[in-house]
Design a protein around this ligand. Sequence first.
Ligand SMILES: Cc1ncc(COP(=O)(O)O)c(C=O)c1O
Length: 344
Amino acid sequence: MIHSEPALDAATADLLPHVVRLGPNLWGASFKLMKMVPAHHIVDTALKTGEIGPDTVIVESTSGTYGLALAVKTALIGRRLVLVTDPAMDDRLCRRVADLGATVEMCRTPSALGEYQTVRLTRLAAVRERYPDSFWPRQYDNPLNPASYSIVADHLNRQLGRLDALIGPVGSGGSMCGTAAGLRRYSPGLRAVGVDTPGSVLFGQPDQVRELRGLGNSVLPGILDHTAFDEVHWCPAGNAYRHTRRLHRTSGLFHGPTSGAALAVARWWADRNPEARTLVMLPDQGDRYLDTVYDDSWLDAHPARRADGEPHQVTLPTGESSWTWMRWNRRRLTDVVDRPGPRP
Ligand SMILES: Cc1ncc(COP(=O)(O)O)c(C=O)c1O
């Protein structure tokens, strides 16, 4: 039989998550590469508006999966991509984006304060001068990032109907703010639980060196809407790793450590709210972490990586390295702390 429907390209077909049951009242939204959602939407919109023309070079600053998603998208539409990054972008990711045709501009020297964010932005400006016809997707400030998740929310609603809680990691805030807003159209009482990590400024902790990547941040993204969140958890790396491995062993689902962090919180939350229909976001796959999180000798080299335990409740963000949580109650950041972290 010949189908009249045009076939989706591989990346578009993978855009939406699989919904998997993880417990009596807990479901997971299992993505192959969640960042494809904003990458598709931002680039497709710029193609429509003409911001991306036939010779436009796309330029972005990233050290994570957003760079990979943009590399997939730009390969599909046949445009050049320059990714400005730093040593946190691991070798496997660099090789994958290079195979997709992207150019990697590596910033190897941090600023005097020991961070790369400002160094990357300076380099990005220099790259854009080199290519006057360039487009910068700006995932941290672009409202199309959260807006892109409305299709995810529609999909989740079609699969699950009413939901009482959404739990997920927060990096730019796009996925949690956008998905929560979309789901609240169907489930107005939905509670949003953000998962950050100790030493991240996103929800008011002081900036410190962090082990987990992908969630947490040293700068405050313009799109992060704090008033979307009912609760916030600061989950340390050890709890995230333990739950990443447990998920794999008990369900075969092979995800990265930001999924593990979200799941640590989601299991704890769903146990305490047995009547609530709870959904957890699982943003990427485990391949990049085979030599780390999925390697017992790597875990054993650092006892904190095996950490376990329960969270304790706080009334204000602290600088503690253990797992803490607080009722955020949909407040703005400035309603909670006097000195919010820096903007990008
Ligand atoms: C693997 C992974 N998980 C979670 C997140 C957080 O998603 P968001 O930026 O939508 O807050 C990111 C962000 O880059 C990520 O790369």
